[in-house]
Ligand binder design. Sequence first.
Ligand SMILES: *Cc1c(COP(=O)(O)O)cnc(C)c1O
Length: 368
Amino acid sequence: MKVPFLDLRPAYNELRDELDAAYRRVMESGRYLLGPELEQFEAEFARYCEAKFCIGVGNGLDALHLILKGYGIGEGDEVIVPTNTFIATWLAVTHTGARPVPVEPDPQTFNLAPERFEKAISAKTKAVIPVHLYGQPADMDPIIDIAQKRGIKVIEDSAQSQGARYKGRRTGALSGAAAFSFYPAKNIGAIGDGGAVTTNDPKLADRVRMLRSYGSRKKYEHETPGYNSRLDELQAAFLRVKLKKLDEWNERRRGVAARYLNELGDVMGLKLPCVPQWGEPVWHLFVVRQTQRDKLKTALLGARVETLIHYPIPPHLSGAYANAGWRVGDFPLAEEMANTVLSLPMGAHVGPEQQEIVIRAVREICRH
Ligand SMILES: *Cc1c(COP(=O)(O)O)cnc(C)c1O
């Protein structure tokens, strides 16, 4: 048996009847944008995240971008971002004209280190974007504390943390606003692209709602040069079906993680993810670290276990920022992670036999 890193078909098979019914319902309604499915999904997802408002948008990158625009952030401003994140966190800032200011993570949790964030604040800092990386909540209380004292907005990048809790509260309603992605591989994924903004701030909710639809509240009245970034009716209908499963599927991911943690804990040279006591993670990814990462990856593939690297090139060394002046060695923690991280197969549909194969293969390969 082969263990793929991710197979999205079992999720469809489990929900086939309901997803097919959702498809027919939307097709027959003749309403494909900004209709009742979106309205209901927004209400349901806001309730799920314990937030007052949810605004469905086109994808996770747009969710981040529209929050920043909604706060009026742009040219001349600085936004603090983690060095170790998916590049979208940075690009959202860059697309507003503001400058991303990278800070290195806490080496234990991989997440934003509050004291490093504080040191990076300048007179131009307008916001900070902690990322709940791999589905592990960042340590939000000290971050929010520092930000409030300095008048800085806190924006959660929750693209990988649908359903995760921090000190009992859901990610997505912990700070000023949060950005979600419903990219198919996320814990709750659309059948295509999708995203959402959650917030308790009525003014921001109103601005984002206006910006996602050409800067207009009333058809053909355009208050500002807005965007076209709407979560369509089909995706909203599919997401409503999947939202009902999210807690159960996250629980299954926790089962997979518990088993990996249990049965790989004594493997020499393999660093397992740490789970700080403030968080209830949702294990978007299960990321181990190994100095001989590339060898391990190749050997696992030989044992028919597929793995991925999240992420092989840190944003500051990517072509997108080639002109920004960063060099190898500027952010050693992020660079070390890029060279040592490896994501094992993880998901609600990675069954017990597949888990067994992964565990046996990792143990066998690391013995040598
Ligand atoms: C997936 C992801 C995004 C972007 O989401 P898209 O829907 O692909 O635009 C942003 N930030 C992080 C951390 C992500 O993992």
